[in-house]
Design a protein around this ligand. Sequence first.
Ligand code: NAG
Ligand code: NAG
Ligand code: NAG
Length: 336
Amino acid sequence: MQKRVVFKVNLFFFLFVWNLRKCNCFSEVIFEGRKYVAEGYPFSITCLKSSYGVPKWTRNGLTIDPLDPEYVMTQESFPNDGIRMELRVEKALWKHRGHYKCDPLSKKSHEIEIVPSRESEQELSHQARVQLRPNRTLKLVCDQEENAVFPINWYKDGSRILESPETPRIRMEGRVLSISKATESDSGEYMCVIEMAGLSYPFADHLGSRIKVTYPSRVKKFPTQIRPILHRNWSVECEVQGFPVPRVSWFIDGLPIEEFRLNDSRYDVIDNPEGLPNSVLFINEVQYEDNREITCIADNVDGPDQTIAQLAVRSKSLFEGGKEKCFSISVTCKSD
Ligand SMILES: *[C@@H]1O[C@H](CO)[C@@H](O)[C@H](O)[C@H]1NC(C)=O
Ligand SMILES: *[C@@H]1O[C@H](CO)[C@@H](O)[C@H](O)[C@H]1NC(C)=O
Ligand SMILES: *[C@@H]1O[C@H](CO)[C@@H](O)[C@H](O)[C@H]1NC(C)=O
């Protein structure tokens, strides 16, 4: 309900701006929706655009077939020159990750990143994959037929990789792609395709072979002690990195949060604003008994990482500087 209101406000602002600009004639869009989705769960992307341009959903530059039963698309026109489009997927799978556009001409896109389930990561561990080593040279070999006479092109997460003076780290020789001084942003899903004249990417999408460049989970460490305030709500986010995006789980005094919650429903885990599943631990109305040890574990196919903190509940007055005030009053009293 609240989301809808926010959206309506965005809409009016958008239309207002749009009317001011009147036609620069390239399409502006606003996206809404989470970035991270756990495999098997639904997601939706909402897009608001002017009626200029073509209302059409694409993923990594490929048109999504409106008849594809995996996607549910709805579209609503506003009298004031705007279109609201929604794309919905009931059961997110790895193949749904990518950059979505609701207007192929617009520059903006919405990224969907899938957090794989434990089961599908087991499968993944048997597939072609290369673990990223920071600062080293990343070398990928295309397993297309060796004697192919056609040139090989590489794509990363759906975008064509180009050798150019602006990207000196990238070299392509024969079937090998080399990226020197690799960083974690080079992780992702790579695809090599043989592109014959006139048969470019949309065709190639079905023929390419894919290689995942992965790196292990990493969590940003908590301080050893965290001090929630008595009687207030408290939450902490576990900030994780890794590719594939890790699954986040929590332990309270060594017990999985799901079990701990059975005894104390004040504890909960929620998604962060970008939708990363379970990445935020929440305690409703902190009590002194919450002096507990909390552990966040992130896990992906390349391995887990964790961080631990001890909660030490403090009273509100300490936080607001009440102690100092009290102290100075008592000094004044004594000197009188
Ligand atoms: C990579 O190199 C940079 C600068 O040369 C250095 O600061 C960084 O610690 C290195 N990273 C790793 C993981 O070795
Ligand atoms: C604490 O969170 C609960 C549930 O989200 C909410 O109903 C309540 O108003 C919050 N209390 C405070 C003090 O913010
Ligand atoms: C739940 O509470 C009961 C009684 O207070 C206690 O015996 C039990 O160990 C608690 N279980 C957990 C999972 O904390």
